[in-house]
Design a protein around this ligand. Structure first.
Ligand code: NAP
Length: 490
């Protein structure tokens, strides 16, 4: 693959490339450029040079390009689905769902073309007004993760571009090809040269350099909390605005009056979607003590029916890379050493044939996990879920909030008092009540604590990409009276 810098598809200036592995087979899928600091500089210069003409266009004109990109993606959606399967290891149904999300988000943001408004405010004296404009920040750096490699890319590109910013996209090194495919569609749709640039390469090698670059005005990043913290430090050198969507550790509360079938459907989705590699994945299961045993039996029974293997025909695909597989193994080893009982799963899945070398892990359920254990405190990001019984609403809320993360949470109950109390007291950006996620384009995806800053989606998310500036105007035609200056000297 190639990078896109100033409208040209180019190799890394050093000529170096990085290997990308297909997670389902363990075989090499392809090579991508290891971008250098010089590549970064060139892309940022291009984004700077194109900013004036791009931001001078109206949002309506820019939206036409977004709609066109959307149509071009829709026309070739199967290619994108196949890429999500080979590059990320998504199962077919999830790949299709993600492409639906990609199209929905571009459409949603493009529809804002006529909806971003400012204010006209009265001045302190008559015949004075303050015009409050929403203007683009300038150059946006978009750093994206691998777990939803299509949706996360467009969730940043579409609002940033619509509002007149120019963009440097640095995708995850685990999913560079999906990003390239999407960027090509934006180029085909008519994005002028320099407005959108794609730079690939290891975040650990070029990340600090791009984030700290003096010309970057806004960094929007979805990824781990550790990387988010590092970005905050680097961005102190340019005071870039930060939109950080980081880790999660969703509590999933099942009350004794819950609709069990709907709860189980949602739980299977919330835990095994993308093999648990989702920021809104269920990571802690709190069940009312009176139904704990019966619910767990059913949960285990259904989980055992999930087919693991070939993503085109299975329910659960591979983890993203060898490191993720190792991490899943360590979590279960730790659990065993702490005496936690494994009810099902607990090891690398044994897949034969073409997929033998893939990073498959068995769907795993753990019993009676203590609140202070690693399993309940650290983000697992794999197909592993621990459960614990709880006896009161207060206990369920208190334990849910006992996490450094605060993104998604789930509650299954018919008790309206619990529902409204939870909405108030569960300090998470999203509380899904009696329903699954994921977040909608018109919802504001945001989190408390170490989950980050700002958010994406909805009018609030799009407004992260515009800065409010003010023009003060006096149209009285009178002599100016300035309280602190003597008039007799003029
Ligand atoms: P990650 O390792 O933090 O990487 C995220 C992005 O940052 C990648 O493009 C990465 O590039 C880049 N990066 C790494 N080091 C950098 C540095 N020093 N400076 C600048 N950029 C740097 O996260 P991930 O493993 O891809 O994604 C998993 C995490 O994302 C999980 O914690 C998950 O909860 C979180 N997530 C959150 C949300 C949300 O909405 N809150 C959604 C999805 C995922 P390289 O790949 O080249 O290292």
């Amino acid at each position: 693959m190639k990078m896109l810098i100033n409208g040209e598809w180019v190799s890394s200036q050093s000529g170096e490339e990085i290997k990308k592995i297909n997670p389902s087979t363990g075989e090499v899928l392809g090579m991508f450029p290891a971008g250098t600091k010089e590549d970064v500089d060139r892309s940022i210069d291009a984004a700077e040079d194109s900013f004036n003409s791009w931001s001078d266009m109206t949002s309506v004109e820019r939206a036409k390009i977004l709609y066109k990109a959307r149509d071009l993606i829709a026309a070739k959606r199967e290619e994108l689905e196949n890429l999500l399967i080979s590059e990320n290891g998504k199962i077919l149904r999830e790949a299709r769902d993600e492409v639906n999300g990609v199209l929905d988000q571009i459409q949603y943001y493009a529809e804002f073309a006529r909806k971003i408004t400012g204010d006209v405010v009265e001045g302190d004296t008559s015949r004075r007004k303050i015009f409050q404009y929403k203007v683009p920040y300038g150059i946006v750096l978009a750093l994206t993760p691998w777990n939803f490699p299509g949706a996360m890319v467009v969730r940043k590109l579409a609002p940033a571009l619509l509002t007149g910013n120019t963009v440097i996209l640095k995708p995850s090194s685990d999913t560079p090809f999906t990003a390239e495919w999407i960027v090509k569609k934006f180029v085909e749709a008519g994005i002028p040269k320099g407005v959108l640039n794609l730079v690939t390469g290891k975040g650990s090698e070029i990340g600090d350099y791009i984030v700290a670059h003096k010309k970057i005005a806004l960094v929007t990043m979805t990824g781990s909390t550790a990387t988010g913290q590092r970005i905050m430090k680097q961005a102190s050198s340019n005071m870039a605005k930060l939109v950080l969507e980081l880790g999660g550790k969703a509590p999933f509360i099942v009350w004794k009056d819950a609709d069990i079938k709907n709860t189980l459907k949602t739980l299977i989705w919330a835990k095994f979607l993308n093999v648990g590699q989702s920021c809104i994945a269920a990571e802690r299961l709190y069940i009312h003590e009176e139904i704990y045993e019966s619910f767990m039996n059913k949960f285990v029974e259904i989980t055992k029916k999930l087919k693991v293997g070939d993503p085109t025909i299975s329910d659960v695909g591979p983890l993203i890379n060898a490191g993720a597989l190792k991490s899943a193994e360590m979590f279960t080893e730790d659990a065993k050493e702490s005496g936690i009982k494994i009810l099902t799963g607990g090891k690398k899945a044994d897949i034969s044939g073409k997929f033998k070398g893939g990073y498959f892990f068995e769907p795993t359920i753990l019993d009676n996990v203590p609140q202070n254990s690693k399993l309940f405190q650290e983000e697992i990001f794999g197909p592993i879920l621990g459960a614990a019984p709880v006896s009161s609403i207060e206990e369920a809320i208190e334990k849910s909030n006992d996490s450094i993360y605060g993104l998604a949470s789930y509650l299954f109950t018919k008790d309206p008092n619990f529902i409204f109390l939870a909405a108030e007291k569960i300090r998470f950006g999203e509380v899904y009540v009696n329903m699954p996620g994921p977040e909608s384009s018109q919802g504001y995806h945001t989190g408390f604590r170490m989950t980050g800053q700002a958010g994406e989606g909805s009018k609030y998310g799009i407004e992260e990409y515009v800065k409010l500036k003010n023009m003060y105007v006096d149209y009285s035609g009178k002599d100016l009276k300035i309280n602190t200056i003597r008039d007799d000297i003029f």
